[in-house]
Design a protein around this ligand. Structure first.
Ligand SMILES: [Zn+2]
Length: 397
């Protein structure tokens, strides 16, 4: 029932240690395994994060269309904030003066911030990259900025982030093996500078980011380099950038195995429900993605029976909820006909209700996986998950 080295009696001891440690420091307790899938708890001074965990994305200090207390009600233990967006507007210095990001956005629980590197690559203009870091122009007003490992650490500290990410570079695809290797080694030098600049901050964690594309040797080299520096957690970077699910799972079949078992593993920017389940199956503990919230704003709904588009005319006379078995406020109180109407009318409540449902569904998946792993029946749960999705949406009335 429990994985190697994890005994039922050990569970209570691990939990107690975790509660004590949670008072003033950052720690990770692995509670059970089922195959490669793991469940545990990350403890921070701002609360516990049950893993596997899905982190909704609060890009500009808000999960769009949601109150923070509503995000919490969906079951989220932690949010992600974007360094790139916040450094440009309203600026990290302003947020620090106003008491930090938690107070600023009214979310007292843990926050993970990315390093800004990925969005510099995907959003900013006129980028110049060298050993020192990256200079770029803001996509908002064209103003010039510089991000280095040191500056990224400074910004994330000003924001008051609980889990800080190393500043890294993710090469644009397609890239040759040589380009991927050079970029990975630059990221490892930046990881060492990030660690140095992060310093000693009890209760705050710094995660390293493994790079190396789809080449096992480069992934292994990167994992070793990171562990020599030493981090509180490790991310598998450079995925979810358009390589497709098969290539991503191909890397996840081996890459988590290069990382220490006793530290959380984070897959950045993933993904669709079946990506998330496949990643957890392969040993990932944390994920984030804009998909459930962004989809909610465009009328796209994720359910246990697959995907549906609320703007389709088939919903306009349908008094049934999106999912009769879903306990979210949207499904408890509103019909498909109403959701179709408010979406077509571009009413703000449409984004609110559809985002709430999508985030709730994602958190239900996470809770289901945590329970199944703890009971040692992840494979059975996964088979049911795929079977339900294959049924497709309910028949039209
Ligand atoms: Zn629902």
């Amino acid at each position: 029932m429990y994985g190697p080295g994890v005994q039922p009696g050990g569970l209570a001891i691990a939990t107690i240690r975790c509660m004590w440690a949670g008072m003033n420091s950052f720690s990770f307790s692995l509670h059970a395994e089922s195959g490669q899938a793991r469940t545990g708890v990350i403890s921070t001074p701002r609360g516990e994060i049950r893993t596997p965990a899905f982190m909704p994305v609060g890009t500009a200090a808000t999960v769009k269309a949601m109150l923070p207390e509503s995000v919490r009600e969906t079951g989220a233990d932690i949010l992600l904030g974007n360094t790139y967006h916040l450094m440009l507007r309203p600026t990290a210095e302003r947020i620090a003066k106003l008491g930090g990001l938690h107070k600023f956005m009214n979310w007292e629980r843990p926050i993970l911030t990315d390093s800004g590197g990925f969005q510099v690559m995907s959003l900013a203009g006129l980028r110049k990259l060298n050993e020192q870091g990256v200079t770029f122009k803001s996509h908002i007003d064209g103003s010039k900025h510089e991000l280095t490992p040191e500056r990224s650490m400074e910004i994330q500290k000003l924001l008051g982030s609980d889990i800080v990410m190393c500043f890294d570079e993710c090469p644009a695809l397609p890239a040759t093996d040589k380009e991927v290797a050079e970029s990975m080694r630059l990221s490892m030098r930046w990881a060492a500078r990030s660690k140095e600049a992060f310093g000693d901050r009890p209760g705050h964690a710094l995660f390293g980011i493994m790079q190396g594309g789809v080449t096992p040797e480069l992934r292994e080299e990167s994992a070793k380099a990171l562990q020599e520096i030493g981090f509180d957690g490790y991310a598998v970077g450079g995925l979810a950038v358009g390589e497709g699910q098969e290539a991503m799972f191909g890397v996840l079949d081996y890459a988590p195995g290069y990382l220490p078992k006793d530290r959380p593993r984070y897959l950045m920017g993933v993904g669709k429900p079946d990506d998330i389940v496949g990643a957890v199956k392969r040993g990932i503990d944390m994920m984030d993605c804009v998909l459930p919230s962004r989809s909610g704003r465009t009328g796209q709904v994720w359910t246990r029976y697959g995907f549906l588009n609320i703007k389709n005319a088939r919903h306009q006379d349908d008094p049934r909820p999106i999912d009769e078995n879903c306990t979210c406020p949207t499904c408890r109180n509103y019909s498909r006909a109403y959701l179709h109407h408010v979406f077509r009318s571009q009413e703000i409540i449409s984004s609110m209700l559809l985002t709430w449902h999508n985030l709730h569904y994602y958190q239900e998946i996470m809770a289901g996986m945590r329970e199944a792993i703890a009971a040692g029946r992840f494979d059975t749960w996964e088979t049911e998950f795929h079977a339900q999705r294959a049924q497709g949406d309910i028949e039209q009335l």
